[in-house]
Design a protein around this ligand. Structure first.
Ligand code: AMP
Ligand code: MG
Length: 342
């Protein structure tokens, strides 16, 4: 299969949008830009198209997909009820990087939810994502558009690197603004629970609906037999080719740690402007006190590391509270290996 690259700069490019939508209506697979990461979309109501997503990505069959909608009215038919808290959260954060897990309706094929009685739904804010959903005339199931086991793609080139020849098309809408996946919150538990941190913070959620729990799997590797509330949490998401250790501490202590543990083919993943502190190869992922820039750059940096010959990486630690989503993703990339210097 040849993968068509469709460059779309604005939602005025109706012909190109209709071209992408037509592929989706026929049951094809199209990667689309969203504000979080690129998504690999298929018509969520077409079970056979949805099976294609799992095939193209090599995605484990028990890792359910997020359904993307373009207006609040599209939520009702997908779920068996819309609790008051969902209405409040939608009002506050949709369109945007928040996914809500709700009890599913019969309309949603089991292929989307991997047999779970709940469905994850999100309304992206990216104008091109929104326009493609509307043009397709159906909700779109869309996990991240990477090959399973690779970092999520934050640029069309990342999608092509992983999936060229396996999907019908990629809509190139430029780099993603948020850069990490959406926050996932389940409203199926008595106390709403964050299953995955993302662009919307736990504090922001609490401001709108009060008590919110954070699932323990967010910051800890699940114990052998533990049942994940969010199936995706049991996967390491991504096994980098290099062995990564997150090293938490000030820049001076970090630099000293690197000096003491340095070996051939090792590198540092640091913040912008810190490169000259180290006598080895460096990769950067944003500004030190700017979680947004870190989120935008992390996955690209991990892909650069994968493409280098580096075998061992010491990574500067993002702020675990202010940059919760980045911390969570980096910790997972490191297989939860962290060295605390203070
Ligand atoms: P991705 O779109 O690749 O970021 O993956 C979507 C993630 O959303 C999955 O890995 C799950 O962890 C989570 N998810 C999707 N549907 C559900 C659901 N019904 N219940 C809990 N978590 C879900
Ligand atoms: Mg993913």
């Amino acid at each position: 299969m040849e993968t068509t690259l469709i460059k779309i700069n604005s939602t005025d490019e109706t012909e190109k949008l209709l071209f992408a939508a037509e592929i989706l209506r026929r049951g094809g697979l199209v990667a689309i830009p969203t504000e979080t990461v690129y998504g690999l979309a298929a018509n969520a109501l077409d079970a056979s198209a949805v099976r294609g997503i799992f095939r193209a990505k090599g995605r484990p069959a028990d890792n359910p997909l997020i359904v993307h909608i373009a207006s609040f009215e599209e939520l009702g038919p997908l779920v068996s009820s819309v609790p008051e808290k969902a209405v409040k959260l939608a009002r506050a954060f949709w369109p945007g990087p928040l996914t809500m897990v709700l009890p599913k309706s019969d309309l949603v094929p089991g292929e989307v939810t991997c047999g779970l009685p709940s469905v994850a739904v999100r309304m992206p804010s990216h104008p091109i994502a929104n326009a493609v959903i509307r043009a397709a005339g159906a909700p779109l199931a869309a996990p991240s558009a990477n090959a399973s086991g690779k970092p999520s793609p934050t640029a069309a080139a990342h999608v092509l690197h992983d999936l060229s020849g396996k999907i019908d098309a990629v809509v190139d809408g430029g780099p993603c603004d948020v850069g990490v996946e959406s926050t996932v919150i389940t409203l199926c538990t008595e106390i709403p629970t964050v299953l995955r941190p993302g662009g919307v913070t736990v504090r922001q959620l609490r401001e709108i609906i009060g008590q919110v729990d954070v699932h323990p799997s967010v910051f800890k590797e699940l114990e052998g037999g533990a049942k994940p509330a969010s199936p995706g949490m049991k996967y390491r998401h991504y096994s980098p080719s290099a062995d990564i250790t997150v090293v938490r501490g000030g820049l001076d202590a970090f630099a000293e740690y690197v000096r003491d543990h340095q070996s051939a083919s090792c590198a540092v993943l640091c913040f912008d402007g810190e490169e000259r502190r180290f006598g080895c190869e460096t990769f950067t992922y944003g500004k030190k006190d700017d979680p947004k820039s870190q989120a935008r750059r992390l996955y690209g940096a991990l892909r650069q590391i994968d493409e280098s010959d580096v075998k061992r990486v010491f990574a500067r630690c993002p702020d675990p509270v202010a940059a919760q989503a980045v911390y969570n993703r980096l910790l997972r990339a490191a297989g939860f290996k962290i060295q605390i210097l203070e």
